[in-house]
Design a protein. Sequence first.
Length: 306
Amino acid sequence: MEEERTTYQVNHLAQLESEAIYVLRETAAQFERPALLFSGGKDSIVMAHLARKAFHPARIPFPLLHVDTGHNFQETLDFRDSFVEDLRATLVVAYVQDSIEQGRAQEEKGPLASRNGLQIVTLLDAIENNQFDACLGGARRDEEKARAKERFFSHRDDFGQWDPKNQRPELWNIFNGRKHHGEHFRVFPLSNWTEMDVWQYIKSEGIELPNLYFSHRREIVHRNGAMLATSEVVVPQPGERVETNAIVRFRTIGDMTCTGAVYSDASDLEAIIYEVATARQTERGARADDKRSETAMEDRKREGYF
């Protein structure tokens, strides 16, 4: 019985890998200037790994694009630079701070301010300035209900906006990348993957990850239902509960002002896979940015978010 389950798992992951590689190659074939959106998180790492396999022995034929809010975990940035060097890929970094200084984005005020939403302006400017006509994203349909409305090839108008009711049919894996001048596509090779699939693939491929994904001790503050790592941009406010030696890990990685931790003693991949299998909350359940409204993610995606 165990052997049958293992065989099914291997075949399942092989099928998902084949599908993702097909989408990556279709993207390279249909678009002139694609880019891979890279956050330093596990999904974008897996996607870059798949891209390396898709075009081996050549280098990845498109750059990695990272939108840096200026409030990233240092561990993420260190891993990003090391990973890109090992991949021998081109890295394009777009800075939210530049958007603020240019008057393109207005920084939120107050102790609970976040730059997460400001990434929209920076991303759209980076797409226009670099003339990217397709951006590969690591979104999966099990992450959040707005993600489930996407196609593999998801059209964006000339303002970078997404209309979930105006998506193109994708029958028999035939993808339509035709567009007008100024428009672009978001492409999601991991659309049919789950969080569990990603972790099992990481284990089977021996993919390295930032240490934030594994159990460690950290000072955290409880804020609006999320557990945020304290830092110079996440300062505990009066009345907020602080734990100075909490044993936690992160299921997603992003801006420090909205990326919530979870209690966990999972220090290796086996333990993480078991934890994911028994979890009752989705991985984005700890994200503070998704708690701002019931349609927070869809609202941001309509405006041009990842």
